[in-house]
Design a protein around this ligand. Sequence first.
Ligand SMILES: *Cc1c(COP(=O)(O)O)cnc(C)c1O
Length: 386
Amino acid sequence: MNRPIYLDNHATTQVDKRVITAMMPYFTDYFGNPSSSAHVYGWEAEAAVKQARSIIAQAINADETEIIFTSGATEANNLAIKGVAEAYFTKGKHIITVQTEHNAIIEPCQYLQSLGFEVTFLPVEKNGLLDLNLLSKTIQDDTILVSVMTANNEIGVIQDISKIGAVCRKNEIIFHTDSAQAIGKISLDVQKMNVDLMSLTAHKIHGIKGIGALYIRRKNPRVKLASQIQGGGQERGFRSGTLCTPQIVGFAEAVKIALQDLDAENQRQQKLRNYLWQKLSLLDGIYLNGDLNQRLAGNLNISIDGVDGSALLLALQSAIALSSGSACSSNSTKPSHVLKALGHPDNLAKASLRFGIGRFNTQEEIEKVAEFTLKTINNLRQFRST
Ligand SMILES: *Cc1c(COP(=O)(O)O)cnc(C)c1O
């Protein structure tokens, strides 16, 4: 049986075989604990971790001592948000974030609200971008943290992080960005972007699930953070637990591969994305969600008039693996909070599709996807009107 064409690359990606190859020796041969400083097994593992840390640090123009490994972007986000809140609560209790953030930001912020913090969830413009004036106006004397994601996991919109960072820097407020969808897809530079904390993950760029990192700025300014997991004091005390050497090595390999041909791959994906959009937009009642230009090359998110969202997904399922909204909320019948924030009425926001193109998708696949999606929408609409 032919499996459907995989176009859910914002949810996760197929692991690149080169990542597995890089990881393999660290399961069996070099299996030591990187913290074991008394013998060669420990030294080998520590050297591998150090090299991986340095590759990831370089990828965002940070120092290797500023990279803390975590289980993924969810944990990195939790450490950043709760860690800052706990370390700076005597300075202030106000946090600013955005309505279109991933739940791994929204939920920790809501948790902090329940503890007495004040959180402002800013709306976005119709194109999904944050209005900088609105941000400036929202800052209070007691604002301690601003968190705005780099690239959105549903609509692919890329925020103007440097400018947002500059506003925060001017007001001496710590700035965190969730770059889970951005690392390895656009170039990142924590200095130029004025970023103090940055969450990363491996599995959106053909690395494996369960490994990520948090960048924590050490100077200009030095960011304080309360650790959320205590124990053996690994990762400078920010995140205890024995480091998983193979995953860390694989994470660095995934980043290295992605950066090698970033521009060429982006151009290729953008061509495929634009082809798909050009084909689908021939139909009436199809709307693009999010800014067309300031977005990830492999992302297309559309809303469709006159069809039922779940019927559409069901009809596409056998041929195309994709989701409506985000994977985390696609089981529910609630419309996506991201599309709602763009100002869609519920019925339109429900009939939406997120196409996520990745490294292993081909032109031939995208042609099939365009054809099948067009046919399916037409069929459903016909069925409805008779
Ligand atoms: C996938 C994703 C996360 C969660 O990352 P995990 O590594 O799966 O925990 C967080 N934020 C964004 C924007 C994501 O796309």
